[in-house]
Design a protein around this ligand. Structure first.
Ligand SMILES: NC(=O)c1ccc[n+]([C@@H]2O[C@H](COP(=O)([O-])OP(=O)(O)OC[C@H]3O[C@@H](n4cnc5c(N)ncnc54)[C@H](O)[C@@H]3O)[C@@H](O)[C@H]2O)c1
Length: 338
């Protein structure tokens, strides 16, 4: 069955990575996963995601290889590239989170800048056919030009996290220009769903509501996010991996000689944070106690993706409605944690 590939996915023990690994496995690819399984959040959750993948691939006779490794470690990474010869590389490994970048900026420099530059160099020197990497909706900063479109200027990051993601886009652009390496950058908009991240609002809120503890709602609730369900993030990412930018593409933006395409992957349907809490309350059948606070430094008030370019590129746009997504998330959460 596994004739396609190999595909190398970094951040494979992460939220998005673990789902993407499974998507490629069941589509018949050999998959190589890399993750340093760091302790930014509960390592057990990462280990359980990996255990799931292992069981899934044994059961279905899929070709899955995992290396516990840090993408900053170029020598080890080079050995892995030499041994596995990936055709597609998806770089999801990064120090994520806006708030943590206020207290620990150096971990962002290491994973997101040094680590990413290693990935670029290794892809270029090992004949990789397509590099796909995670950028973020946070690159749009405090822009009020809704919906956020890839043609907008992104030169005013509000957090160091966002600054590293804009840097990734610049680094990728230069690599693609100089070495003619086809690269696709994906600006993910607030992914949520089963197996999600414990440092993000859906999980923090669900946990507190169930424990009857008050939840903190920042900016007095005047916040909205373009929540995007994990299955939509995965389908969009997978289809983008298969569509390699070529010089013949009709680029609506950017320089056609640079094989670097940047795309939003968002729902195109922003949801007010208080409505999101309401949906959680409904699904959990518990009322939340809310504490309203001012805006956190580095945070943005609203995100809202234009999905037009994505749809034109891969004929797909995210489609899971928020109510359905929250229900699926809550069902998983109750099953997993209780
Ligand atoms: N989840 C979202 O809503 C969202 C939104 C925008 C962008 N992103 C980006 O998408 C990517 C995946 O996000 P996620 O939500 O799955 O995050 P995640 O934290 O669950 O996954 C990232 C994984 O990378 C690993 N990792 C971190 N630094 C590493 C390093 N130096 N070497 C090897 N492994 C390392 C971590 O252990 C983790 O398992 C990240 O680049 C993130 O910045 C995510």
């Amino acid at each position: 069955m596994h004739n396609n590939g190999p595909v190398l996915i970094t951040g494979a023990a992460g939220f998005i990575g673990s789902f993407l690994v499974k998507k490629f496995l069941r589509s018949g690819y050999q998959v190589i996963g890399i993750d340093n399984i760091n302790s930014y959040y509960d390592r057990n959750l990462k280990l359980k995601r990996l255990k799931n993948i292992k069981e899934y691939s044994i059961k279905n006779n899929y070709s899955w290889l995992f290396y516990k490794n840090n993408i900053e470690d170029k020598n080890n990474m080079r050995q892995i590239f030499l041994k596995t010869r990936p055709e597609i590389v998806v770089n999801l490994a990064a120090q994520a989170g806006v708030r943590y970048s206020i207290v620990n900026p150096s971990s962002y420099v290491k994973s997101n800048l040094l680590g990413f530059s290693n990935i670029l160099e290794l892809c270029q020197t090992h004949d990789v056919k397509h590099l796909v990497y995670a950028s973020s909706s946070s690159v749009y900063g405090a822009s009020k030009e809704f919906p956020f479109s890839e043609e907008h200027k992104v030169n005013s990051p509000l957090s160091f996290y966002a600054a590293t993601k804009i840097s990734n886009e610049m680094m990728a652009n230069a690599y693609s220009n100089i070495y003619k390496l086809p690269i696709t950058g994906l600006r993910f908009f607030t992914a949520y769903g089963p197996w999600g991240r414990p440092d993000m609002a859906p999980m923090i809120f669900a946990d507190k509501i169930l424990k009857k503890k008050p939840i903190t709602v920042f900016n007095h609730g005047r916040m909205s996010r373009d929540f995007t369900f994990i299955s939509d993030i995965i389908e969009g990412t997978y289809l983008c991996c298969l569509r390699v930018p070529t010089p013949n593409d009709d680029y609506e933006f950017g320089n056609p000689s640079i094989l670097h395409r940047i795309l939003n992957i968002g729902n195109g349907n922003p949801v007010n944070l208080l409505y999101f809490v309401e949906l959680l309350e409904e699904s959990l059948s518990i009322k939340a106690t809310k504490v309203f606070e001012k805006m956190q430094p580095g945070d943005v008030e609203s995100t809202y993706a234009s999905t037009q370019n994505l749809e034109d590129w891969i004929s797909y746009r995210p489609l899971v409605p928020i109510k359905e997504g929250v229900n699926k998330f809550v069902n998983w959460y109750l099953d997993y944690y209780q």
